[in-house]
Design a protein around this ligand. Structure first.
Ligand code: WQD
Length: 344
């Protein structure tokens, strides 16, 4: 059974990926410092899969502790590296926190992969590396634009660090997965997105408004050059995204990658506006949403969605969930989390 280290594995995308890895017969070790997640997600993973993965609470910026982890769990065949700070707004106000954490943890892992002969990494990247693409939908070979936030810049720099390290290391291969907008929750509603404080992202703000935690959703601008004036994104169900990670790690473990460093866009290939998403949520859940149109949010890209042809063909993977199914799963999770009294 292949052993996979999942950093950030108690987090939103990480926990959903751990469920799919276990379902596919992988042995999983989670490393997470719980700075942006709760250990309650381990209970959810166990309830869904019947397996409670090994869990180590650790800060990957501490190299000696990270080395001790790798000694404790020998024979790791791949690392799926989610652990990073990811709040765009916070990265603008605290850039050094982001550069130190996101780059420091990655460099520690890569150095230790060389030292302990761990051959594979799947890296959690983001469509923010594209900025506002000149051509839509955006393909993997689209030019990387200057990052619009320190968060986005850490993703661009991280890809460069990985590219150079892989080129200089005979025994390391990597796949970078560039996510568009991950949303939704596991159909069991036992795990889902747990924003800390006021949600920055659209869908958790919508579900918290619908359940009464938030008073009203603010739609940031309807004067963009789009059909209904609101911004367009590619919203992908987190379970579809998680399944793509299993495909990617298997591709590396089975040496089917065509290059030492590959990257894939993970989206649905469909652009959806903020207002379309609001109306789709109301249709999917039957819940009327209280919202108002306000001014634009600085740093927002007007429109971006994925060209998924390469990922579909090369990985043999395609997002399956409809927008309505995805939004209903997000709502079911919000309802479950409230009724269950939340996680410790
Ligand atoms: C989507 C749209 C907002 C909140 C960011 C990161 C990306 C990834 C996902 C980490 C935009 C609008 C939002 C609200 C709104 N993060 N909106 N009212 O900015 O596309 O992507 O999060 O992996 O890397 O860049 O996501 O959900 O914040 O915004 O109108 O209360 O919803 O203006 O048009 P974004 P988002």
């Amino acid at each position: 059974m292949s052993k996979i280290l999942v950093t950030g594995g108690t987090g939103y995308i990480g926990s959903h990926t751990v469920v799919e890895l276990i379902n596919e017969g992988f042995e999983v070790v989670i490393a997470d410092n719980l700075s942006n997640s709760k250990s309650g997600s381990l209970d959810g993973i166990e309830k869904i899969t019947g397996v409670r993965p090994a869990f180590e609470q650790i800060d990957l910026c501490d190299k000696s502790k990270t080395e001790a982890l790798l000694k404790k769990y020998p024979d790791i065949e791949a690392i799926i590296h989610f652990a990073a700070y990811k709040a765009v707004g916070e990265s603008v106000s605290q850039p050094l926190k982001y550069y130190h954490n996101n780059l420091g943890s990655l460099i520690n892992l890569l150095e230790l992969m060389q030292q302990y002969s761990i051959p594979n990494m799947v890296f959690s990247s983001s469509c923010t590396v594209y900025g506002q693409p000149e051509k839509l939908p955006v393909t993997e070979d689209a030019p990387v634009q200057p990052a619009t936030s320190p968060y986005g810049n850490t993703k661009q720099i991280s890809e460069g660090i990985i590219r150079d390290t892989v080129a200089a290391s005979a025994n390391i291969n990597c796949i970078a997965l560039r996510y568009f907008n991950p949303v939704g929750a596991h159909p069991s509603a036992l795990i889902g997105e747990l924003p800390v404080g006021v949600p920055n992202n659209l869908v958790p703000f919508i579900t918290q408004t619908a359940i009464g935690i938030r008073e009203q959703l603010s739609v940031f601008g309807n004067d963009y050059n789009t059909p209904d004036g609101s911004c367009i994104r590619d919203y992908i169900h987190v379970v579809d995204l998680a399944k793509a990670h299993v495909v990617a790690v298997r591709r590396l473990v089975e040496n089917r990658n065509r290059a030492k460093f590959e990257m894939f866009n993970l989206g649905t290939g469909r652009g959806v506006s903020v207002l379309e998403l609001v109306h789709a949520f109301e249709k999917a859940t039957g819940v009327k949403l209280n919202y108002k149109i306000v001014g634009r949010r600085s740093g927002d890209t007007e429109q971006v969605w994925a060209d998924t042809a390469y990922a579909n063909k090369e990985l043999g993977w395609k997002a399956q969930s409809t927008l309505e199914e995805t939004l209903k799963s997000a709502w079911d999770w919000e309802v479950y989390y409230k009724e269950s009294g939340g996680w410790k």
